[in-house]
Design a protein around this ligand. Structure first.
Ligand code: ADP
Ligand code: MG
Length: 224
């Protein structure tokens, strides 16, 4: 009975995800169909419809690319990497977005272990997802502190600290559910995918948040 229960639980998670994907992709497709219909009938402004159709296609691409990170575990390539280099590269990648949003990065790399075995691209994706959430949580700007603390020789502790809106209790309890978002154009996949990647690296994610003060994402990963 126990086994049966576990099986049906797994099915329902897969089923939930499938239903979510179908729903999230059907919306832009419905809209694309509608605008093509409009263009066929010759009503309205074609250039505007083309723009809407392009952005709906981009949305489908975004959802699929986030989901594909989960679907392709066989392409994971683990290599020994310096976390300081990796995080610096991520900060450079997000520099433009940070400046545009009046956000400042502050890196505090404390002495200690610096290397871990990871899939570089996947781990970068994790930090991009979390830091983007932090940037989006500070509409008027602020500071994001990126801390590495690895006193302990087994574990590396990476903390991403923002000064954003914080996460209310009801949102916190739904964090990591596929497609759960509070943003108008969010996908609600970033957190789930990131947590999954960290778990695939034998690590864990812990969230601490205070409303109107900010959020701390704490990532623990094994050191090599
Ligand atoms: P998305 O960013 O597309 O909404 P995520 O899975 O990345 O999806 O995040 C889900 C939700 O969790 C967000 O919509 C937001 O409400 C909340 N959230 C995540 N990170 C933060 C943060 N640093 N500060 C405030 N809210 C956050
Ligand atoms: Mg996000």
């Amino acid at each position: 009975a126990q086994e049966h229960l576990q099986n049906s639980e797994k099915l329902s998670v897969a089923g939930q995800l499938a239903a979510g994907i179908a729903h999230e992709i059907r919306n832009p497709i419905t809209s694309i169909k509608g605008f093509i219909q409009l263009m066929k009938s010759g009503i309205g402004e074609k250039p505007k419809y083309f723009d809407i159709i392009s952005s709906e296609i981009e949305r489908i691409e975004l959802i699929l690319s986030e989901l594909l990170i989960l679907a392709k575990p066989q392409t994971i390539k683990f290599e020994r990497k310096d976390i300081r280099v990796l995080l610096s590269q991520v900060m450079t990648l997000l520099d433009t977005q940070a400046i545009l949003n009046n956000v400042e990065f502050s890196a505090e790399f404390k002495p200690g272990a610096t290397h871990l075995y990871c899939d570089e691209n996947q781990l970068k994706q994790v930090f991009i997802n979390f830091i983007k959430n932090s940037i989006e949580s500070m509409p008027t700007g602020g500071k994001i502190t990126i801390e590495i603390n690895s006193d302990n020789r087994q574990q590396m502790l990476i903390r991403l600290i923002d000064q954003g809106c914080g996460i209310p209790e009801d949102v916190l309890s739904k964090l990591g559910q596929p497609f759960f978002t509070t943003k108008e154009t969010g996908t609600g996949l970033g957190f789930m995918v990131s947590k999954k990647i960290i778990e695939n690296h034998a690590g864990s994610v812990h969230v601490e948040s205070e409303l109107n003060k900010g959020t701390i994402i704490e990532i623990t990963l094994p050191v090599t």
